[in-house]
Ligand binder design. Structure first.
Ligand code: ATP
Ligand code: MG
Length: 442
């Protein structure tokens, strides 16, 4: 992609409304545009990152056996009356009427709708387990939308819903999502710690929030440092093996970790001083077992092996992709801008032409761009006639993992400069060596 043909509305000044670094950098890097309180458009650079985040989430949901669907954003109030939540849900729910004066709402979540789908088709335990998910916009009329896409009113959510015959099955389904989440966040370059969360009237211990440590986080969290060194399950994890999956969950739930609301002083005091980590955290995912909460009032029953009808046991599993983009920036930036982890970087490399119009520079840039693209790596080619300082500042701000700098002297000598955005290391490389490196990476 040529920068001259791209839409990258960079802001030079720090936007005054942005209180935290991710919000500031997303606005400055032209990733998002605020449209109303807590409502944002995603501009080309931001949309690329959001798509990459969703792609990883999707791969890991699919690997864990969940099936993707897509449900509407606008829902009928009648469905929510069945579960009793139409009355219970507070002002966070945006309620609307259609032209026939029918009560509708913009979905803040989809338990009712997915239960309606389930009960319409699934009648036997033989069709279980089942886990359906979608990645869809939600609306919650938050009291205090703030921090940009971190807490917005309209936001993207991956929400999965599991259906099982009994508690044992539901626990296995919960465990699969737990492990899928560990893999998902790690692939994005994040260290997410599963922390015990409130189960409310449901009881039990099957509720975890996945928390990223960051100074700007809204939650106060407490955990054992041990989490920072635990191994994350690999791609070869067998999601069909309940015992293996349960073992991983055991390892990841044994050291102490809790958010403020679940914090237990007695247990915390048993963690050795040097291992205690008390910090701020951002909730990027939440998994929750709710049993028959929806299946009972909504009549979602299957016939069991005993020939009798059983209300299915369920759970829901959320991740906020739009919040994640901000959380990743909170975890990975410096004073010059964003530093994208490779897996979700909008482009792999910023190719900087120091003298557009110079035949040698232009030819060399085009050759390098073609080589990267052949290797399946996205290039943002800065072919604009901005001055060098501005080009470097833009490249640092938008945080692509690599910068390849092509100037007339190097072009004549057969060299380019390669900068690693994370380490700041700069290397002069022979063009042939760069080409070989790019080909090998393919
Ligand atoms: P929070 O405690 O932060 O308000 P929640 O507990 O209400 O979140 P869930 O219902 O568990 O959120 O939603 C699942 C995921 O959706 C959250 O883990 C988070 O990543 C994301 N999410 C929830 N609310 C928002 C929001 N207002 N803006 C952006 N992402 C959100
Ligand atoms: Mg939550």
């Amino acid at each position: 992609m040529r920068l001259s043909r791209y839409f990258l509305p960079i802001l030079k000044e720090n936007p005054r409304e942005a209180e935290i670094v991710s919000h500031r950098l997303m606005l400055r890097a032209g990733m998002i545009r605020q449209q109303a309180a807590g409502s944002f458009s995603w501009l080309p650079l931001g949309k690329r990152v959001l798509d990459k985040v969703c792609h990883i989430i999707r791969e890991e949901q699919n690997r864990a056996g969940a099936l993707e669907i897509i449900m509407p954003t606008i829902q009928s109030a009648d469905l929510w009356r069945e579960s009793g939540r139409y009355e219970d849900y507070g002002k966070e729910m945006l309620r609307i009427k259609d032209r026939h004066e029918r009560d509708m709402l913009y979905g803040p979540t989809n338990e009712e709708m997915v239960t309606e789908i389930f009960r319409s088709y699934v009648k036997s335990y033989k069709d279980l387990p089942l886990n359906l998910y979608h990645i869809q916009w939600k609306f919650r009329d938050e009291v205090r939308p703030r921090f940009g896409v971190m807490r917005s009113r309209e936001f993207l959510m991956k929400d999965a819903y599991s259906f099982d015959l009994d508690f044992e099955g539901a626990r296995a389904a919960y465990n699969r999502m737990f492990v899928a989440y560990l893999r998902t966040f790690t692939r994005m370059g994040l260290q997410a710690i599963p922390m015990r969360a409130d189960t409310g009237p449901i009881g039990g211990d099957l509720s975890h929030e996945f928390i990223i440590l960051a100074d700007t986080g809204e939650s106060q969290v407490y955990c054992d440092r041990h989490y920072l060194t635990l191994d994350v399950p690999g791609a070869d994890t067998d999601f069909g093996n309940d015992a293996e999956i349960a073992g991983i969950v055991k390892t990841w739930t044994t050291p102490y970790a809790a958010t403020d609301e679940m914090h237990d002083d007695a247990a915390w005091n048993k963690v050795p001083d040097a291992e205690r980590l008390s910090a701020r955290g951002i909730e990027v995912g939440h998994i929750f077992h709710f049993g028959e909460k929806y299946s009972k009032p909504m009549g979602a029953k299957v016939t069991g092996p005993d020939g009798k009808g059983h209300f299915v046991s369920g759970g829901s599993y959320g991740i906020g992709p739009s919040r994640l983009v901000a959380a990743i920036i909170e975890a990975s930036h410096d004073e010059s801008g964003i530093i994208w982890p490779e897996a979700i970087a909008p482009f792999h490399v910023a190719l900087i032409n120091m003298k557009p119009g110079d035949a040698a520079c232009d030819a060399l840039c085009e050759k390098i761009q073609a080589a990267y693209e052949k290797a399946g790596r996205d290039v943002l080619y800065d072919d604009t006639d901005q001055r060098a300082g501005a080009k470097f500042a833009t490249a640092d701000l938008i945080g692509l993992p690599w910068q390849v700098i092509v100037g007339p002297r190097g072009a004549a000598e057969g060299t380019v400069e390669v900068k690693n955005r994370r380490t700041g290391e700069r290397d002069v490389k022979r063009i042939d060596d760069l080409m070989t490196m790019v080909e090998k990476a393919a």
